[in-house]
Design a protein around this ligand. Structure first.
Ligand code: MRU
Length: 353
């Protein structure tokens, strides 16, 4: 499986997603600040993956803390948590992972553990977040495979694959799960302007796996659907509000509107760590706006003239009415999401809801 992110004794190591598919290079982050920079600059990206990175970054930062007393150690811990929280605003997995690290810290401190013991606890918690994410993706793959037609032509947007998670993927996990069940699957990958996660990352992962992949530019989706070449859409998510409204990579909403017009089922695949019941609806999801250069340039080439204004939101919100189901590690949840998503957190059994 793809090594998206791993912990070494004195570093967090991640594949540099900015350089794929041209170069396969790994970045060694030796400090928490290095990890925060890697998240911000999208060396690592994808909601679950940045949650894992933040947790590992916190554990690494605390491992390297020179504090000997618990008070100074606690002050350092809160600073590192704040640093991670300041990296990217939309994907809730980041904040979910930081909260888990804070709870681990508080429980250990409350139990009177030493600084060294707390360091061990934080390392273990970060690794658990990583390992649970892989297990969740595999469970999503198994559930999601059920809704994949025997002869599937699946369109996906952005990259919700192994690279966007600790491994296996959410939307691409569903695709991998269907392939493992013996279904015939062909994938259409939207290139996903401006950062091109679809063309660069999704296609790279799927080609490596031997899954038939056709890259299209984002403006080809309507014509492709019109010609009957797509029979399922599966995308990932960065934050799902309590009512099911879903923030995902910019362009997802357009795909959902097109899917509805062409009567193609539109599914979201995401772990529970992406569902934020404290955000009532999509209006309340903070949307990151990124650097204008992502739009005006591709690689080193300038596309737009200096002086042109740029709007560059990294995400949009698909209203819940467009979503046929939300595939999670606990099963597939359906409308009304305001009830079903609440139930998702209340129960363990893994079946279709
Ligand atoms: O800006 P990015 O590349 O971090 O955005 C990623 C996405 O929008 C993904 O589709 C989403 O995080 C789901 S990843 C399993």
């Amino acid at each position: 499986m793809l090594p998206t992110i791993a912990r070494e004794a004195d570093a967090v190591v991640m594949i540099d997603q900015r350089k794929l598919p041209a170069e396969e290079v790994y970045v060694r982050c030796k400090t928490a600040a290095d990890v925060a920079r890697a998240i911000k600059t999208m060396v690592i990206r994808g909601a679950p993956a940045i949650g894992v990175a933040a947790a590992m970054g916190i554990a690494l930062g605390m491992r390297k803390s020179t504090a000997t007393g618990t008070q100074k150690f606690a002050a350092d811990f809160h600073k590192v948590c704040e640093l991670m929280a300041s990296t990217r605003p939309t994907a809730v997995n980041l904040f979910w992972a930081i909260e888990r690290m804070k709870r681990t810290f508080a429980a250990a401190a409350h139990a009177g553990e030493s600084v060294d013991q707390i360091k061990d606890r934080l390392d273990a918690e970060a690794q658990a977040i990583h390992d649970e994410d892989v297990a969740s993706c595999r469970a999503m793959g198994a559930f999601g495979a059920e809704i994949v037609p025997a002869d599937a032509r699946i369109l996906t947007h952005c990259n919700a694959g192994a690279l966007a998670t600790a491994g296996y993927g959410t939307a691409l996990g569903v695709i991998r799960g269907a392939v493992e069940k013996g279904k015939r699957v062909a994938v259409f990958a939207d290139e996903t302007r401006p950062v091109l996660q679809g063309a660069r990352l999704t296609a790279w992962e799927l080609v490596r796996d031997g899954i038939q992949t056709t890259v299209i530019t984002d403006n080809m989706t309507a014509a492709l659907m019109r010609q009957g070449k797509v029979n399922l859409v599966v995308v990932g998510a960065d934050r799902i509000a309590a009512n099911g409204d879903t923030a995902n990579k910019i362009g997802t909403y357009g795909v959902a509107v097109l899917a509805r017009e062409h009567q193609i089922p539109f599914y979201v695949a995401a772990p529970l760590s992406t569902i934020d019941l404290s955000t009532p609806d999509g209006e309340h999801i903070p949307i990151e706006e990124r650097n204008a250069r992502e739009v005006t340039h591709v690689g080193g080439s300038q596309l737009a003239p200096a002086g042109a204004l740029v709007w560059n939101p990294a995400f949009d919100v698909t209203p819940h009415q467009f979503i046929a189901g939300i595939i999670t590690e606990r099963g597939i949840f359906r409308a009304p999401y305001i009830d079903s998503l609440k139930r998702a957190f209340e129960q363990e059994p893994a079946t279709t809801r």
